[in-house]
Design a protein around this ligand. Sequence first.
Ligand SMILES: *Cc1c(COP(=O)(O)O)cnc(C)c1O
Length: 222
Amino acid sequence: MPVNIQAYQALGRELGEDVTLVAVSKTRPAAEIKELYDSGHRDFGENYVQELVAKQAELPADIHWHFIGHLQSNKVKQIAAFVHLIHGVDSLNLLREINKQASRNNRVISVLLQMHIAREETKFGLDEDELEKILHADSILAELKNIFVAGLMGMASFTSNQEEVSREFEWLSSLLKKYSSLQLPNLHLQTLSMGMSNDYLLAVKAGSNMVRIGSLIFGERS
Ligand SMILES: *Cc1c(COP(=O)(O)O)cnc(C)c1O
């Protein structure tokens, strides 16, 4: 299936300049990413480390690669040299490992903390208490000089109940607002990554400024 450039352009107009569109290219071949790149797009999202590493080697160096999946600590080193933003960070241990690998690469890696906003039980994401612990662990965070915590990320429940989805997005948005005035040398929560193909409109309405969209642009994944 070819890249749907028309849908991509319509999204761009709809989202405007204040919302970053991350084109989620997982499972799609490098040639399709290149096609979108050639039309001017630079932000791409992947959620498997091996796949990301292979594509990064093959594609232009000025692509902003977003890692949006669940990142295992032992795989951080494979992407530390080039990753632009890691969306799914949900533990201090992972923050420590990202900091270590960033330091080895003489760079600062930006991350988003993943919050558990869905009603569904999933292993991933922090609750507010855990977030507070990370934010108030000034001493620990302060030592992690090679990370920058730029914001929050979340995934809404997989449901057709739009009110439910909106409520979850609103909650995450209010959480970002609550902590956005907190400024540490390596933390300032300003980016709100929420919204996918089927719920990005609700997400933007609730205050998202970064959406992660795959199937609307690349077609349904098999
Ligand atoms: C796959 C994926 C997306 C994109 O999903 P679509 O429904 O194809 O837009 C967004 N975020 C995450 C974390 C994903 O894994």
